[in-house]
Design a binder for this molecule. Structure first.
Ligand SMILES: NC(=O)c1ccc[n+]([C@@H]2O[C@H](COP(=O)([O-])OP(=O)(O)OC[C@H]3O[C@@H](n4cnc5c(N)ncnc54)[C@H](OP(=O)(O)O)[C@@H]3O)[C@@H](O)[C@H]2O)c1
Length: 166
């Protein structure tokens, strides 16, 4: 299981239920990584998807505590364990947010695909600073590029040296 996230300079990931800084290069990168695979996300992140619909061409699993919740075109899990169990035979599983879901799944993930956006954005949701976490190491130095909307960014990959099993 891996995860995909876009963070700013301060590891901020969202404000008021949405991602405030978005670059087209990251959208494309995200699609390329996750298409054909399985994506796991929280119910609040679903609310921010276009039309609040599952992402096309992927197996979608939404986490919620609501026992009556249904997702047309997707599946529902009610705990980390249930989501992990449902996806154990899937070859490519990506945790795609938001903050609470990243926090719970982080120890279980092998790789974190982190799009670093070199901006200071206002945020009320944050991702763990992997540069300060001894379990995680950056696989290669940042190759900083400039987005078509002028934002500096880099696609980073971190590896968890201490993957936990449930
Ligand atoms: N920058 C990025 O890459 C990125 C990616 C994704 C999201 N985001 C941002 O992250 C923010 C949302 O994060 P968030 O932490 O507020 O919400 P979230 O993690 O997307 O969703 C939280 C909800 O998921 C459900 N949930 C979480 N853990 C669960 C568990 N163990 N068992 C059952 N249900 C569980 C609960 O739903 P119920 O309340 O229905 O029980 C909970 O309220 C937004 O601002 C979004 O834009 C950023």
């Amino acid at each position: 299981m891996d995860l995909v996230v876009a963070v700013d300079n301060n590891w901020g990931i969202g404000l008021n239920g949405t991602q405030t800084v978005v670059i087209p290069e990251d959208r494309k990168y995200f699609r390329g990584l996750t298409k054909g695979g399985t994506v796991i996300f929280g119910r609040r992140t679903l609310m921010d998807f276009p039309g609040m619909r599952p992402l096309p061409k992927r197996r979608n699993i939404v986490l919620t505590t609501d026992p009556g919740f249904e997702l047309t075109g997707g599946e529902v899990a009610h705990s980390v364990r249930e989501a992990a169990e449902m996806t154990k035979d899937d070859p490519a599983v990506f945790v795609i947010g938001g903050a609470s879901v990243y926090r719970q799944f982080l120890p279980l993930c092998r790789y974190a695909y982190v799009t670093k956006l070199y901006v200071d954005a206002e945020a009320d949701r944050h991702f763990r600073d992997l540069d300060l976490d001894p379990d995680w190491r950056l696989c290669s130095p940042p190759d900083i590029q400039v987005s078509e909307n002028g934002i500096e960014y880099a696609f980073l990959k971190y590896e968890n040296m201490n993957v936990k099993e449930l």
